[in-house]
Ligand binder design. Structure first.
Ligand code: ADP
Ligand code: MG
Length: 245
């Protein structure tokens, strides 16, 4: 079981209020997206959840345990993930698992193949494109032992085709394992396609503007993107984001 409670989080930088009293919950096995304009504070919230920053007020709870300011409780992949330059792709994705003493090389190789990284298992990060490096970091977080995963715009550097493929791949893995995911994106379609619930943030300062429960059945595939119902959701959420500007 893995439930995250974000409870009245407030954070300022240099007297500028960035996050204003943010509260929401991600239930066990739920896929929740945080959607907000760029600069609204999504990554800041992620850094706080990951324990890189400490909030001015509020707490985070993972399965009722306070994790505010603590690192390592969740699997956290930042927007610009860093890979270890001296480790191969395979060694990089096995890092989280290695720390916990449970490595499964066969599983790692299978995931790398599905992420389109066959042939690069023994390459080093400097030999990869930006999009490939992001996929490596993404595989690493999926292979980590923590049951709660936070992903900060993992597909933003990818072209449209690769993005769709990676979304399909993420869904197939997630639908098979059902780990709790908190996913940051500014892409409305991506949020609707992937999520059970979407939390819309306002900006300057960020607060929870509205929540949408996305009712589409699972497993989902791309044909959903072309349905009338999908378009309706897109319009509604787009309208909500436009009101924010
Ligand atoms: P998003 O991820 O939604 O695009 P960020 O969380 O990166 O937004 O940034 C939100 C705001 O917080 C921005 O105005 C940014 O300049 C500010 N900010 C983020 N991190 C810091 C920091 N370490 N010091 C000062 N200001 C910061
Ligand atoms: Mg960001």
């Amino acid at each position: 079981m893995s439930q995250l409670v974000v409870d009245k989080i407030t954070k300022s930088f240099d007297n500028k209020l960035v996050l204003d009293n943010i509260s929401f919950t991600v239930e066990d096995g739920e896929f929740v997206s945080l959607l907000g304009p760029s600069g609204s504070g999504k990554s800041t919230l992620f850094h706080l959840i990951g324990g890189m920053y400490v909030p001015d007020a509020g707490e985070f709870y993972l399965d009722d345990e306070k994790i505010t300011g603590k690192r390592g409780s969740i699997s956290y992949t930042p927007q610009s993930p860093s890979l270890f330059p001296w480790r191969s792709v395979l060694k990089n994705v096995l890092l989280g698992a290695e720390i916990s003493g449970k490595t499964d090389e066969a599983q790692a190789l299978a995931m790398l193949e599905k992420a389109g990284l066959s042939g690069y298992e023994h390459a080093y990060p400097h030999q990869l494109s930006g999009g490939m490096r992001q996929r490596v970091a993404f595989v690493r977080s999926l292979l980590s032992p923590q049951s709660f995963i936070c992903l900060d715009e993992p597909f933003s550097a990818l072209d449209e085709f690769t993005r769709l493929e990676m979304q399909r791949w993420l869904l197939s893995i997630w639908e098979a394992n059902r780990r709790s995911v908190l996913f940051v994106t500014h892409n409305i379609e991506e949020a609707i396609y992937l999520s059970d619930r979407i939390i819309v943030l306002s900006s300057n300062p960020a607060s929870v503007k509205r929540e949408f429960k996305i009712p589409f059945a699972r497993p989902r595939d791309e044909s959903l993107l072309l349905t009338e119902e999908f378009l309706q959701w897109k319009k509604e959420i787009y309208g909500e984001l436009r009101v924010l500007q």
